[in-house]
Design a binder for this molecule. Structure first.
Ligand code: GLC
Length: 499
């Protein structure tokens, strides 16, 4: 639990805090009953330093000597030993940790407790295939694959060049990561796993078993994941993090249209787009785009073509809890950063307990203390309140989910328009179906826009989804020439063709 589940000491069991394998089976059974598919987070790049494989590797037990990436380092003339090269951990400092017992350095791209497995060793690949099969046999529908861009490193261990972006030599941004991230071998491993999943689907009942990958990389690198230049298939989709990495509260309407279109333009034919609105490694939507933007962002997520990915709590508009004290801080990189710097990198603010109700600990736990403090805004901001309220982020999210059943949202084309600096819109169109239009004001001022030209034929406009603070109501008629949008307001509108 150094990195809360991302440091695995047993790949085929459940960590006791979270339950047992029997609980897991019960979860799958219930999910099946409800028609919900469960995928697991698969963490192949590193295990825990408590994993028996690592312990055996430290002891050089036969068969395990090369399970991890071990190096002697360099012995200087003065007798001191230094790491073999300048590689840095994602969480700061050298990527090499000295192990006294084995008298060698091990590579760890994340915390000291997460030694990198060696994928140049076929026994490691075999061991991980078995892990995947174990969980597939338990009835899961696939995997989210963690930290995939770190899986291989340069075999020659070449130093990485400075990036020129920071003077702090311990900051991971100090180097340009051309030898430790996104190595060409990554694709081959993913294609191998894709084959394993496809074979599994072909030989078993049940849904298509899929995988999606976590990797912050350039758009051209990500597109290679979908399929390579020979058309060999990788994951069903690599996460698209543009809403996290490229867009923020200061982005213009043109920025939004640019990044949304970029993914769709680059994506190879026959694949499906995806949009990650938030996750457990980055500030929440309400904290990145502003609390007033929550509904508009969910409208985008749910009406853009492809898969929408929501982090738990964002359907309620939960916010980061930024006042977590140093003594309550648990995120390992934040702990390593120390009392003066922890707030700049801590991921704890977006990981506070789910706000179910206004009961003790927001209904998350009956314990005296929760693992992280509950955000004090839970008394107001919680699921039960939002279920009872006439209008709420939750109810809007639900109505958006229902809309996704419409053929026009499943299969319709995507036509964007930058209306002005602050407002953009897009149409989803499909033959014989009503066109849907999503329009968003990304600024903090009220906008009155005329979109008659964009709509072309004469249409009747009616509001399908409006935000919690909107002056518009579901079913309201609008005039294309005069649509008023409050700061950060979004609307989903149906265009009814006039007969
Ligand atoms: C991924 C996870 C993150 C974790 C890291 C190491 O980036 O999302 O939470 O710390 O991998 O496994």
């Amino acid at each position: 639990m150094v990195d809360f589940g991302y440091d695995i000491s047993n790949y085929t069991n459940i960590q006791p805090e979270y339950g047992t394998l029997e609980d897991f089976d019960a979860l799958i059974a219930k999910a099946n009953e409800l028609g919900v598919k469960v995928i697991l987070d698969f963490v192949p790049n590193h295990s825990s330093n408590k994993h028996p494989w690592f312990i055996k590797s430290v002891a050089r037990e036969p068969g395990y000597e090369d399970f991890y990436v071990w190096e002697d380092g360099i012995l200087l003339e003065n007798g001191t030993r230094v790491p073999p090269n300048n590689w840095l951990s994602v969480f700061s400092g050298s990527a090499w940790m000295w192990n006294d017992e084995r008298q060698q350095y091990y590579l760890r791209q994340f915390t000291y407790g997460q030694p990198d497995l060696n994928y140049r060793n076929p026994a490691v690949i075999k061991a991980m295939d078995d892990v995947m099969l174990f969980w597939l046999n338990k009835g899961i529908a696939g995997f989210r694959i963690d930290a995939i861009i770190y899986i291989y490193e340069d075999a020659q261990l070449r130093d990485e060049p400075p990036s020129g972006t920071t003077d702090d030599p311990n900051n991971e941004a100090y180097l340009s990561h051309i030898y430790t991230r996104n190595q060409p071998e990554d694709y081959g491993l993913l294609q191998h796993w894709r084959q394993l999943l496809d074979n599994y689907t072909a030989n078993h009942d049940g849904p298509l078993r899929i995988m999606m990958t976590e990797g912050y990389a350039s758009v051209s690198q990500l597109m290679e994941y979908y399929e390579d230049s020979n058309g060999v298939q990788g994951p069903q989709f690599p996460f698209n993090f543009d809403f996290i990495t490229e867009l923020n509260a200061n982005s213009t309407a043109a920025d939004f249209v640019f990044y949304i279109s970029r993914w769709l333009i680059y994506m190879p034919h026959g694949h499906v787009a995806n949009w990650v609105m938030g996750n457990h490694d980055n500030p929440r939507v309400a904290s990145r785009f502003g609390e007033k933007s929550v509904d508009a962002m969910n409208m985008l997520l749910m009406t853009l073509p492809g898969i929408g990915i929501t982090y738990n709590g964002e359907e309620l508009g939960m916010t980061d809890y930024r006042d977590i004290s140093w003594s309550d801080t648990v995120d390992q990189p934040a702990c390593e950063a120390g009392i003066d710097n922890y707030k700049t990198i801590s991921r704890d603010p977006e990981r506070t307990p789910m706000q179910w109700s206004s009961d003790v600990n927001a209904g998350f736990s009956s314990a005296d203390r929760t693992w992280l403090p509950v955000n004090p805004n839970y008394k107001e901001l919680n699921l039960r309140n939002q279920q009872q309220a006439r209008r709420s982020h939750y109810k809007i999210y639900q109505s958006l989910l229902k809309l996704r059943q419409l053929p026009v949202l499943k299969n319709g084309s995507f036509v964007p328009e930058v209306v002005n600096r602050r407002v953009f819109a897009f149409k989803r169109e499909l033959k014989n179906e009503h066109t849907l239009l999503t329009i968003v004001n990304v600024s903090n001022r009220t906008e009155l826009v005329d979109i008659a030209d964009f709509i072309e034929q004469p249409n009747r406009l009616s509001v399908l989804v409006a935000g919690v603070d909107s002056q518009h109501r579901v079913g309201d008629r609008l005039k294309a020439e005069t649509i008023e949008l409050a700061p950060n307001e979004g609307l989903v509108i149906q265009l009814n063709k006039r007969k």
